[in-house]
Design a protein around this ligand. Structure first.
Ligand code: ADE
Length: 229
């Protein structure tokens, strides 16, 4: 999968894909992430990509021309399955969307800044608008990094244990069960006996029970979805 990211702050996207699982995904060639500095398509030699908003009001708006030119040029190289705009007024991102996006070949993500991008770009080019939650970030970059991470780890071959993503929280609208590691007794607190029983069926049932209990108590909203799915 290839993910292109259009941004005015490419530096913000250097570290998130250079470590741990995302690094491995890239090294294995399973995930290609390219950041493109929007200023390359600026309208003048001052690097201008934004302007005041019509109708007045505080905050700058990212202009149509640089973004359109950038997308047109990138589209000459490949056809995008989705052109995503990161915005707090987009659709709330969740595991279901991550799963869907992980099946795509080429994705372009546009990171907004300031007051966001001119509505005409949203109307003409954008095929999907994603919010990572009901709060406002100073730009779409960190949100894009989260989306790419959530997608990237789902690509076949990225995780060591191929099946492990299936048992993540939110697959099946359930939270993941608690986990323990050595030592067996820490500050007088013992690991649940069942996990030491060596009985895979009992352990699986226990984990499922715990996932149900956790979801019911911690996330009644998710529990309702699980019950109805
Ligand atoms: N840009 C600014 N805030 C955002 C959010 N909550 N989600 C996605 N992109 C954003």
């Amino acid at each position: 999968m290839q993910i292109d990211i259009l941004t005015v702050v490419p530096e913000l996207l250097e570290s998130p894909f250079s470590h741990s699982i995302m690094k491995r995904a890239r090294e294995k060639g399973l995930l290609v992430v390219n950041t493109h500095n929007l200023r390359k398509w600026a309208i003048n030699k001052h690097g201008q990509v934004d302007d005041y908003q019509y109708g007045g009001g505080a905050g700058m708006v990212m202009m149509c021309e640089p973004i359109a030119n950038a997308i047109d040029e990138l589209q000459k190289e490949r056809k995008y399955d989705e052109i995503i705009y990161m915005t707090p007024d987009g659709k709330n991102f969740n595991q279901g969307t991550a799963n869907q996006l992980s099946l795509k070949e080429n994705i372009l993500i546009i990171c907004g800044h300031y007051k966001g991008i001119d509505q005409r770009i949203r109307d003409q080019y954008v095929t999907m608008e994603i919010s990572i939650g009901d709060f406002v970030l100073s730009g779409g970059e960190l949100a894009a990094a989260i989306v790419v991470d959530a997608i990237g780890r789902l690509l076949p071959g990225v995780l060591n244990d191929e099946t492990s993503a299936l048992f993540d929280s939110f697959q099946d609208n359930l939270l993941a069960p608690p986990v323990y590691t050595r030592p067996e007794i820490w500050r007088n607190i013992k690991v649940p006996d069942i996990l030491l029983s060596g009985d895979p069926k009992k352990i699986e049932d226990w984990r499922y029970d715990q996932a149900l209990n956790r979801t019911q108590t911690k996330r009644p909203d998710l529990w309702e979805k699980h019950e109805n799915s």
